[in-house]
Design a protein around this ligand. Sequence first.
Ligand code: OAD
Length: 297
Amino acid sequence: MGQDNSSLVDDDIPPETLSDRTLAAVAKYIKDGKAQNIVAMTGAGISTAAGIPDFRSPGTGLYNNLARLNLPHPEAVFEIDFFRENPAPFYVLARELYPGNFSPTIAHAFIALLAKRNLLRMLFTQNIDCLERAAGVPGDIIVEAHGSFASQRCIDCKTPFPDREMREHVELGDPPSCAQPGCEGLVKPDIVFFGEQLPSTFFDNRHVPAEADLVLVLGTSLSVQPFALLPGLAREGVPRVLFNLQRVGDLGTRPDDVLCLDSCDAGVRRLAEHLGWIDDLEDMWVAIVGEEEAARQ
Ligand code: OAD
């Protein structure tokens, strides 16, 4: 996994597939039955409303707020070579980010609703918070491109480490060591660090974006490769919708790109309204997170 900064090109060109470059036109395209194989691609921005910071937002992003960990540079907390030398900073963060402490956003619920209506072909996520599963997206159509906290193993002999013991170590901020006799390797959640290969499920499914009839990109700066390449794999003429606070990657440069530059939650609510699904969506979300959490978010 490596860093990348794609440039933005500004082209205001008329659409070829959609009737208009608007969410209303995207909703019509879906309602006309033209989107049966939707591929969604998500990043940390879809979870910020749940209370999990993203990485790169100025001021609030995780990488801006790691001074307390005394790192040589912020990304070091997710670098495998640094982890080998000093796993403690990662375990400070792990305690804060560990799944179970957060609830899905309505944007997660929208993706689950697409799955429920058999319209979601696949979800590619960079997130390690497991909130897509918590919202009800079936695990077999989720590609966790940067891994997740759902399992863990020794970084040397690769022996899996038990979940319950891991939870205890994370709660104490205490990096566990491998339990295999003769191996004293460090244990790390199966999160992809800089310097590590992405999971095989990512490469096994890299052909899927080219088979999509609609691509939704939500809450990502598209600044980390190879994930950042995925939206570009959509065929020409396939509508791509960006739900993000600002433009990223080359989204907006194709004739059927639609930009919704707002919070993911506001954007999916607007699309759901155009689809006539808003009541279903709100009900489904409240059923997942409860009324108190829904009111808090
Ligand atoms: P970033 O922090 O790089 O980007 C998050 C994007 O979401 C930014 O463009 C924000 O403006 C936007 N955003 C934030 N809150 C939003 C909201 N409520 N609604 C809409 N947009 C919002 O996060 P990622 O792109 O996910 O890797 O970062 C990619 C990878 O870099 C991560 O998976 C992580 C990191 O290094 C690992 O840790 C393994």
